[in-house]
Design a protein around this ligand. Structure first.
Ligand SMILES: Nc1nc2c(ncn2[C@@H]2O[C@H](COP(=O)(O)OP(=O)(O)OP(=O)(O)O)[C@@H](O)[C@H]2O)c(=O)[nH]1
Ligand SMILES: [Mg+2]
Length: 514
């Protein structure tokens, strides 16, 4: 499209192609999603590197502010990412967005706000961004028009310009008007925590249902923000949102275009809802199957990045994706296992929990938690090295109660014990006295955990003596699968099997009673 005389039809076509709505509607195939970030990059294994600019050499707050003022807008140390060498710098500049995080906290909630901002930093890095700085303002409530107060918004503007950031991320969900107003002040793209989580979810969802749920959530989020997207895209000289040229044809989209987009989104959402409804029977059938076999199940639940998948790997030596990224696991994984005394059961890995889960995503999230609802035991994994394990515990327990998991026996596991010292251990043990300390990394405590699980699992209680003809090898292997074989004897007329099984499995074996 090099000619100047582009026909309006051609321009419309191009608009269609570069349009954010289109990209999301196509999202399930391309994973473009909201694409606030480029695809996730390697996350630093050491977590967040120390701040390049600590509080001490912070020259932005300078002499012009009194102490009170300085504390009102404070930097959160340890948030920025240290770039390791020149090649890495170039690589990142090419592919990543540079972000500044902002949050608002009220009197007395500073610690909580800092932890929340740290989590936002981890989320942003998981989505593929580089976190340059984090700022918190103390005020009773976020400003209704610009989130930060107007003076602080101006300061943010100069910080963003000074650091060369191209995106600001707010730690709470912004109203569409707040986002626009703040963008007008700071002159770079402003997004919120919800957009980041949606982006990560869209990069990671694997199953058809998971993808459909995430796309639905994205569209729901996008709908009231339509106009804003057009504006911010046309303002971006580099066209970072939509790729090269996105701003040209789409500047100030007319009312008709927005109406059109809205209608297309509504149509698509209706289709997705229908699809999701249709997928439910398949999921229920799968679950019913499991229930019929009635192999007891252990759900591994917990906060995101607590080490659930690593623990599952350790417990079963299964190859489950482990990543130092939030939400590495978005679809439930089920693995078979067996207790030391031969009782079969399954482990289910689950999606990580996170605070302030966008309400659009609660449904998507819950559909993966049915594993938890149906389980016989919940292994609740907590990152013992996290700054606020009590908050993680509470968030996870709240949701478990909501999805009807409250009567299921819970084993609290403090993971990453290789990273905690004796005094931390004492604090954690005070929090949950019968918790088990493990390290999925070193294997410490894993045997204790296995023993506790074996103890809590229901025991097959009926002992059967069966005589299975030699041409029914399938029955013998089924007995091994559903129960515990006590004795096997090979007789001329067939295999004599003595086994303990669950009562509801006994009826299917009656014809072999010997
Ligand atoms: N030091 C240490 N690191 C661990 C341990 N267990 C897990 N990790 C690390 O913690 C990070 C997260 O582990 P995952 O197993 O992916 O965590 P998860 O809970 O499944 O996370 P999501 O699926 O993203 O919710 C990875 O970098 C692991 O290597 C441990 O016992 N010690
Ligand atoms: Mg995982």
């Amino acid at each position: 499209m090099t000619e100047h005389t582009t026909t309006s039809a051609e321009r419309d076509q191009r608009d269609e192609r570069d349009d954010v709505v289109d990209r999301i509607l196509r999202g399930s195939e391309t994973r473009a999603g909201l694409s606030v970030f480029t695809p996730a990059q390697a996350i630093q294994t050491e977590g967040l590197a120390p701040s390049r600019r600590g509080d001490a050499d912070d020259d932005h707050d300078g002499d012009q502010f009194d102490l009170e003022e300085r504390q009102a807008l404070r930097r959160v140390a340890g948030l920025s990412t240290e770039l390791e060498d020149v090649t890495e710098v170039e690589y990142r500049q090419l592919r990543l967005e540079n972000v500044v995080l902002i949050g608002v906290y009220s009197q007395g909630s500073l610690q909580d706000a800092e932890n929340s901002l740290r989590e936002l930093a981890a989320l942003a890095e998981t989505a593929g961004a580089v976190v340059l700085d984090g700022l918190l303002q103390r005020r009773p409530h976020p400003d209704p028009s610009t989130y930060l107060g107007s003076g602080k918004a101006q300061e943010l503007k100069s910080i963003v310009a000074g650091l060369g950031a191209d995106t600001v991320i707010a730690d709470t969900e912004l109203a569409p008007s707040q986002r626009r107003a703040l963008e007008d002040v700071v002159k770079v793209k402003v997004i919120d925590r919800t957009a980041v989580i949606l982006d990560i979810f869209s990069q990671h969802a694997k199953s058809r249902e998971g993808k459909a749920q995430v796309e639905l959530a994205q569209l729901e989020y996008l709908l009231p923000r339509l106009r804003g997207w057009g504006e911010s895209m046309s303002r971006q000289a580099g066209g970072q949102v939509g790729g090269a040229g996105a701003g040209m044809g789409s500047r100030g989209p007319g009312e008709t275009k927005i109406e059109l987009d809205r209608r297309r989104i509504h149509t698509r959402m209706a289709r997705l809802r229908k699809q999701i409804k249709e997928m439910k029977p398949a999921r229920d059938a799968k679950r019913a199957n499991r229930e019929r076999n009635a192999v007891p199940s252990v759900a591994i639940a917990g906060y995101t990045n607590a080490g659930k998948s690593s623990l599952l790997n350790r417990l079963t030596r299964a190859g489950v994706l482990v990543e130092n990224a939030l939400f590495a696991t978005l679809d439930a994984t089920v693995r078979k296992s067996v207790t030391d005394d031969g009782r079969p059961f399954t482990y289910a890995d689950t999606v990580g929990f996170v605070r302030n889960l966008p309400h659009q995503l609660v449904e998507a999230f819950r559909s993966t938690l049915e594993e938890v609802e149906d389980s016989d035991i919940i292994v609740h994994v907590v990152d013992g090295s996290h700054p606020d394990p009590a908050a993680q515990l509470a968030t996870v327990r709240d949701v478990i109660n909501e999805v009807d998991g409250r009567d299921i026996p819970e084993v609290v596991v403090f993971n990453k014990s290789d990273l905690i010292d004796e005094s931390q251990r004492i604090v954690l043990a005070g929090l949950v006295p019968d918790a088990i300390f493990v390290s999925a990394r070193t294997g410490a405590g894993i045997d204790d955990l296995r023993a506790r699980i074996a103890e809590l699992l229901p025991r097959p209680e009926l002992e059967l003596e069966l005589l299975v003809p030699y041409d029914r090898g399938d029955v013998v292997s089924r007995i091994h699968e559903i129960g515990r074989v006590v004795d096997v004897e090979y007789l001329p007329e067939g295999t004599r099997v003595t086994a303990r099984v669950y009562p509801h499995d006994a009826s299917g074996l009656r014809e072999f009673a010997g």
